[in-house]
Design a protein around this ligand. Sequence first.
Ligand code: NAD
Ligand code: DAU
Length: 353
Amino acid sequence: MILVTGGAGFIGGNFVLDWLQRSEEAVLNVDKLTYAGNLRTLKSLEGNPLHWFARVDINDRPALDVLFARHAPRAVVHFAAESHVDRSIHGPAPFVQTNVVGTFTLLEAVRAYWSCLGADARTAFRFLHVSTDEVFGSLSPDDPQFCEMTPYAPNSPYSATKAASDHLVRAYHHTYGLPTVTIHCSNNYGPYHFPEKLIPLTIIRALAGEPLPVYGDGQNVRDWLYVRDHCSAIRKVLSHGAPGQTYNVGGWNEKTNIEVVQAVCDLLDVLNPKASGSYRDLIAFVADRPGHDRRYAIDARKIEDELGWKPAETFDSGLKKTVQWYLNNQDWVNEVQSGEYRKWVEVNYTQRA
Ligand code: NAD
Ligand code: DAU
């Protein structure tokens, strides 16, 4: 089996669902279930003998040791993290605890387990670290996209802690020979995305008739990738990636934030028209994010050329699927707008308006 951390979150949940649709290999899903973890995402796996769930914090070394001894995974795919930049600005401590100390604790548990495997199993083992393009910092409009050799320049507490975890993973390969691979992916979007992030927030607030907050001038650029394309890249790197290597993953879909919000509004105008006017009428420019990175963009040629990976979705096709998913899954949407979501909207947006 493979062990996945953070498999009740957005990308991890999509990865586990995708994996079990395509593979007979079991998944041990290790997740603390923070506000971002949601077992409802995994509801279709209830009773599936190939899905094992363990509510465990990656900081809990004894619990991790028990899981490794009991289940003997052949690989680890490490998603678990605090993932929201704005939350890292309001309170960085959990980011250091999970992204840095938690990754370190997990690496130590993996090292202890992996060291005791037989020679063939040690060689075949993989630790796949799910990192982000944010560790490379911010691009100017004319800069080339981030490649694997771009120097680290993390700007937010979130990206600084992800960078720290990348360095630990690199060091465990260099020092101990642990067969690690690291992926730096751009902004994901798709089903099961917690509505603190731009696209789901926009969809959910538009449907509720609430203002759609766009930070600053709306001209910051992100490079968007449909989440299932990230999942296919992870499968590809897991099966064919070379130990010690890093791979940048992106969709060649650079968009300004205002373009993204307008695109969501236009889709809703077609799929779920308002009684009068357009959803665009709800757009509201609000105070900017402190230290807001201006532009992210990924050069994905290495994974395309060396491993033959390509995204299946364009931004238009992926966004349409996403908006339709939110319209079709009101139960998930209603449940996720519970206390934690409301509390966050209060914390992050009240003083911005
Ligand atoms: P998410 O916030 O939706 O999910 C994180 C998951 O990790 C949740 O299920 C949460 O319960 C779990 N978790 C948090 N702390 C934990 C702990 N201490 N122990 C065990 N589980 C814990 O995040 P996401 O958007 O799915 O991102 C997953 C990974 O991908 C992260 O490492 C993130 O840095 C990276 N990433 C995200 C994006 C993106 O656009 N969302 C892009 C590139 C990389
Ligand atoms: O690039 C990969 C990263 O993408 C991941 O590592 C992070 O985990 C993920 O959260 C995401 O980070 P961003 O900060 O780019 O995503 P977010 O959805 O929070 O914001 C996208 C852009 O939209 C960003 O420029 C800020 C802006 N924004 C965001 C929110 C929540 C707004 O204008 N208004 C908002 O209300």
